[in-house]
Design a binder for this molecule. Structure first.
Ligand code: NAD
Length: 467
């Protein structure tokens, strides 16, 4: 919106200015104007534009990934994966744009009805800071495929790459304003949720903010998708392939410096294999290359902000006070490179001696802190794993195929990973149970969250009136 294309510095300054009611209103109105054109286009035409956007992202993946590193602090290796998942998501929904269809229903006397799958209108996307480009793509791709427009607000911590996505959509040929970015924090988000021309709000963020978004949306009877926080359990049985389980636990805890909603931060390990598990997990955690996120060899970058770093370190201290033992990490980390001295780095932490009632086991930390808990039986660990208000993800490592599926069925979470963790292919639905939210992103089902059904009833004879 109003971004002066000439100077990158000026553009960044514009990005920092929060949008007030005038800009929000302007963005929503321009999105609505674009929606009226976009919805009339055939699905195949929309698909072509979206495929072009996906192609441009693929072509510029390295540049966008570097910007994402600056935006967020995650490593270039992970940022490249995020960008790849983003264009795959746009390709996936482009493929679906031409398949949207209704149903034909035969009625008595030659009458019939049919259903039309129609867009909702202007959808709002509000994003968290941990996957800025990917969240903007996960929300906009199904929205646009269904014929909607989207006004997207990134987190004020990571304002940059959503704007790149907007520029790419425009370059690919979407009508002006179809995907608009507004900048700002809670106030701007509130304006978006209250705006009468908005049909739906898709929100990614914390549980307390999600509740507010739902409340505001309820006032205007707007549809809502909530992708919220988690405190997911990872169950490691003694019959597992231990090396894979250790790798899975690391993947479940340390991606994006541990700032991942679906992380498996409560790692339940069957007592018989606890010593071997801890030895191996600590050995590998201690050698995770930490530092300059732009280097290919780095595996952990910086946390998002000083308050976030302080909050995570505070959780580690609290855990110690409550009786947990720090097996490694949990300290601020100062890289030797002087240009990185101001970064919010922290050494990845493994805690044992944990109990279910500890703060580090109950609350979402959103940092690189793994809490390890022993268990004895399947029945016991399922009960303990489900004893949380969250329900985003879960995982199980076992070689016993029956147990794997039995446990997956009993865990109260939107996703269960069997013998792996934290893989998010765009073809499969992602979303929460319980306080982790509702609605889904990715997969075929998300079309239903960005469209509505109209029923058309057709009479072929005379009207039989009772009057
Ligand atoms: P947050 O709730 O603080 O902010 C999320 C977004 O909401 C930001 O864009 C923020 O500016 C906006 N916002 C804040 N107050 C608002 C209000 N009153 N009205 C409207 N919008 C408002 O969350 P965060 O700190 O950015 O992200 C971390 C949280 O997000 C964690 O809890 C994490 O688990 C969750 N998360 C969930 C998923 C998922 O898919 N389930 C993915 C990533 C992050």
């Amino acid at each position: 919106l109003k971004s002066p294309a000439a100077s990158p510095v000026l553009r960044l300054l514009v990005l920092m200015v929060p949008c007030g009611s005038e800009e929000v209103d302007e963005a929503i109105k321009s999105a609505h104007g674009a929606y009226l054109k976009w919805r009339k286009m055939a699905g195949m035409e929309r698909a072509r534009v979206m495929l072009e956007a996906a192609r441009i992202i693929r072509e510029r993946r390295e540049k966008i990934a570097k910007l994402e590193v600056i935006n967020n602090g995650k490593t270039i290796t992970e940022a490249l994966v995020d960008i790849d998942i983003a264009w795959q998501c746009i390709e996936y929904y482009a493929g679906m744009a031409g398949t949207l269809a209704g149903q034909h229903v035969q009625l008595p006397g030659g009458a019939f009805a049919y259903t039309r799958r129609e867009p909702l209108g202007v959808c709002v996307g509000i994003g968290a800071w941990n996957y800025p480009f990917q969240i903007a793509s996960w929300k906009s791709a199904p929205a646009l495929a269904c014929g909607n427009a989207m006004v997207f607000k990134p987190s004020p911590m990571t304002p940059v790459t959503a704007v790149i996505l907007a520029e790419i959509y425009k370059e690919a040929g979407v009508p002006d304003g179809l995907f608009c970015v507004v900048q700002g924090g809670a106030e701007t988000g509130t304006l978006l949720c209250h705006h009468p021309m908005v049909a739906k709000v898709s929100f990614t963020g914390s549980v307390p903010t999600g509740k507010k978004v739902m409340e505001m949306s309820a006032k205007g009877v707007k549809q809502v998708t909530l992708e919220l926080g988690g405190k997911s359990p990872l169950l490691i049985f003694k019959d597992c392939e231990l090396e894979n389980a250790v790798k899975g636990a690391l993947m479940a805890n340390f991606l994006t410096q541990g700032q991942v909603c679906c992380n498996g931060t409560r790692v339940f390990v069957q007592r018989e294999i606890m010593p071997q598990f801890l030895e191996e997990v600590v050995k590998r955690t201690k050698v995770i290359p930490l530092g300059d996120p732009m280097l290919d060899g780095t595996r952990m970058g910086a946390l998002i902000s000083k308050p976030q770093l302080e909050k995570v370190l505070g959780f580690v201290n609290q855990a110690k006070k409550e009786g947990a033992r720090v097996l490694c990490g949990g300290e601020p980390f100062v890289p030797s490179d002087p240009k990185l001295k101001g970064g919010y780095f922290m050494s990845p932490c493994v805690l044992d001696n944990c109990r279910d009632d500890m703060t580090c086991v109950k609350e979402e930390i959103f940092g690189p802190v793994m809490s390890v808990l022993p268990f004895d039986t399947e029945e016991e660990v399922i009960r303990r794993a489900n004893n949380t208000t969250f329900g985003l993800a879960s995982g199980v490592f076992t070689r016993d195929i029956s147990r794997a599926h039995r446990v997956a069925a009993d865990l109260e979470a939107g996703t269960c990973f069997i013998n792996n963790y934290n893989i998010s292919p765009v073809e499969v639905p992602f979303g929460g149970y319980k306080n982790s939210g509702f609605g889904r992103e990715n997969g075929q089902v998300t079309i239903e969250y960005y469209s509505q059904l109209k029923t058309v009833v057709v009479e072929m004879g005379d009207v039989e009136s009772l009057f």
